[in-house]
Design a protein around this ligand. Structure first.
Ligand code: KG4
Ligand code: ZN
Length: 339
C-alpha cells in the first residue's frame, strides 16, 4: 500500500468526450470535459471523427485541467488513461498521450477499466458506499449489475444479453425523430408526459440478466401502426410516448435490481453510468430506498456521463496498490477487468 502524497492526471477518451482530471490524495482538483458536437448531425458517434476530435481537444483539455487544479505538469506523480472498453481509435489518442507524458516526466503509467471507473465515481464525494455494495451500471454500451467487493474486485452478476439500456433510449429517440444523443431528450420530454399512456411488450430473461432488443422492436411496431392511422401521431403524443418508454425501461432495470438485492441480501445499492443521469431512474431509486429499506447512492450529474474524474478516482486506488503498466501497454476495446 502506497501512502505517499500523490497527484495524478487522468485522461478519458473512450467514446466522444475528451476529458482530463487531476486528483490529489483522493481529492478531485479539476475535471474538464469537452463533448464532441460533430456527431449530432450524423445521428450517432462516427468513430473516425471521434478520434480526430480527440486529437484536437486533448492538449487544451489537459492544460485546462492543470490550470483549474492550479498545478504544473512537473507536480504530477502518475498519469492514467482509459484502456477500454471503447472505440479503438478514440482510446488510442488518450493512451498515446498518457504514455508520452509518462516517458517524458518519468512517472508511472496507470491503465483504467472504464466500466470499473463508472462504479468508482461513487468515491469522489460523500456519502460513499461501504463494501460490499451493488451497482447498477447503465451506459450507452453496457447494462450490468455489479457486486462491488472492493475498489479493485468487482463481479458482474447480471448483464444485458443484447442491447444496452442507453442504446434503447437513443434508438427510441431516433424513432421519434429526436437528435442524437436522444437519452437526455427522452428524459426531458417524459417529465410532462403520462408514463401509463402506452404499454410495450418485452422479452423476459432468466435470472439477473437483461434484454432490450424485444422492447425496441415493440416500440418500432407500435409507432408504425399508429402512424399508419394518424401521420402526426408522434408530434401529438410525444411527451406521453417518451414517458411510457422511459417508465418501461426503468421498470426493467429496477425489477432485476430488486431481485439482486433479494438474492445477495446486500442493502447498499448504487447507480452509475450515463443513464444514471436519468431523472426518472433517480427518483425511482429514491422511492426504492424508502420502500425496501435500502441505502441508495446516486452520483452527482457530472460524474454520471463519461468524465476523467472517475478515471482519476480509479487510478488513485490503483496507485495505492502499486498497480502500474509498462510502456508496452495499449488500448483494449473489449477490456473486461471484472472477476
Ligand atoms: O456513460 P456514458 O456517458 O457513455 C458510455 O460509456 O456509453 O453513457 C451514455 C449513454 C447514452 O446512451 C445517453 O443517451 C445516456 O447515457 N444518457 C441518458 C441520460 N443522459 C445520458 N439516458 C437517459 N436519460 C438521461 N438523462
Ligand atoms: Zn461510460
Amino acid at each position: 500500500m502506497y501512502s505517499s502524497p500523490c497527484t495524478i492526471l487522468a485522461i478519458e477518451s473512450s467514446c466522444d468526450d475528451t476529458s482530463a482530471a487531476i486528483i490529489k490524495d483522493g481529492i478531485m482538483l479539476s475535471n474538464i470535459v469537452a463533448t464532441q458536437e460533430i456527431h449530432r448531425k450524423y445521428g450517432g458517434v462516427v468513430p473516425e471523427l471521434a478520434s480526430r476530435a480527440h486529437q484536437q481537444n486533448i492538449v487544451p483539455v489537459v492544460l485546462a485541467a492543470l490550470e483549474n487544479a492550479n498545478i504544473v505538469k512537473n507536480d504530477l506523480k502518475a498519469v492514467a488513461y482509459t484502456q477500454g472498453p471503447g472505440l479503438l481509435g478514440s482510446l488510442l489518442v488518450g493512451c498515446s498521450f498518457a504514455k508520452s507524458l509518462s516517458l517524458a516526466l518519468s512517472i508511472p503509467l496507470i491503465a483504467v477499466d472504464h466500466m470499473q471507473a463508472h462504479v468508482l465515481a461513487h468515491f469522489i464525494e460523500d456519502p460513499k458506499p461501504v463494501f460490499p455494495f451493488l451497482c447498477l451500471t447503465v451506459s450507452g454500451g453496457h447494462t450490468q449489475i455489479v457486486l462491488v467487493e472492493s475498489a479493485l474486485r468487482m463481479k458482474v452478476i447480471g448483464r444485458t444479453i443484447d442491447d444496452a439500456v442507453g442504446e434503447a433510449f437513443d434508438k427510441s429517440a431516433k424513432m421519434l425523430n429526436l437528435p442524437y444523443p436522444g437519452g437526455p431528450l427522452v428524459d426531458k420530454l417524459a417529465q410532462t408526459g403520462n408514463p401509463l399512456a402506452y404499454k410495450f411488450s418485452k422479452t423476459q430473461v432468466e435470472g439477473l440478466n437483461f434484454s432490450f432488443s424485444g422492447i425496441k422492436t415493440s416500440i418500432l411496431y407500435f409507432l408504425k401502426a399508429n402512424i399508419a392511422i394518424d401521420p402526426d401521431f408522434i408530434q401529438k403524443n410525444l411527451a406521453d410516448i417518451c414517458a411510457s418508454i422511459q417508465s418501461a425501461l426503468i421498470n426493467m432495470l429496477v425489477e432485476k435490481l430488486i431481485k439482486a438485492v433479494d438474492q445477495t441480501g446486500i442493502k447498499q445499492v448504487a447507480i452509475a453510468g450515463g443513464v444514471s443521469a436519468n431523472s426518472g431512474l433517480r427518483t425511482r431509486m429514491q422511492s426504492l430506498a424508502f420502500e425496501k429499506g435500502l441505502e441508495v447512492f446516486i452520483p452527482k450529474l457530472e460524474y454520471c456521463t463519461d468524465n476523467a474524474g472517475m478515471i482519476a478516482m480509479a487510478a488513485h486506488f490503483k496507485f495505492q496498490e502499486g498497480i502500474f503498466e509498462d510502456l508496452n501497454s495499449g488500448p483494449n476495446p473489449r477490456l473486461n477487468s471484472f472477476v
